[in-house]
Design a protein around this ligand. Structure first.
Ligand SMILES: [Zn+2]
Ligand SMILES: [Zn+2]
Length: 144
């Protein structure tokens, strides 16, 4: 699996938390809110892992508001999840690309979006080429 380092698209601060590890890697720290429940959420930085850590008791199927712990900007984008219509949360990834995840607990929709596909894919492969060695090819399931 690829480990991603993401930052806030607004204040450009890193969202990586080296002290709080998940899957043995630094986690992605965000603030989340649902109704009057507010707390920190740590997401695995391994792309494709759904491991999380939080003091909040999640309700399956509920939509949560994600915000930056540094500048408090809401990270929800204008896009809606193509699976469940919940708002999509966007993190800045490699320059010009974003990691998108669904804000609904339990929905496993996530993707990487590139603004300039060819250029960014090659940047992506340069940074992460080690992970794409032919032997580590694990097939991704299409239907979850
Ligand atoms: Zn921010
Ligand atoms: Zn969804």
């Amino acid at each position: 699996m690829i480990q991603v380092n993401v930052k806030c698209p607004y204040c450009k601060e890193s969202l990586m938390d080296n002290e709080h590890t998940i899957d043995g890697k630094p986690s992605i720290k965000v603030s989340i809110q649902s109704g009057n429940k507010l707390g920190d959420l740590y997401l695995s930085s391994l792309y494709g892992s759904y491991e999380i850590n939080s003091e909040i008791d999640f309700t399956e199927g509920e939509i949560y508001i994600f915000s930056c712990p540094h500048c408090n900007s809401v990270l929800t984008s204008k896009n809606l999840c193509e699976k469940c219509n919940a708002p999509i949360v966007a993190f800045e990834f490699i320059k010009g690309s974003r990691i998108l995840i669904c804000s609904r607990r339990g929905c496993k929709k996530h993707s990487i979006e590139f603004e300039d596909l060819e250029k960014e894919i090659s940047a992506f492969y340069n940074v992460y080429s080690l992970f794409f060695a032919p032997t580590s090819g694990k097939k991704e399931k299409k239907n979850e």
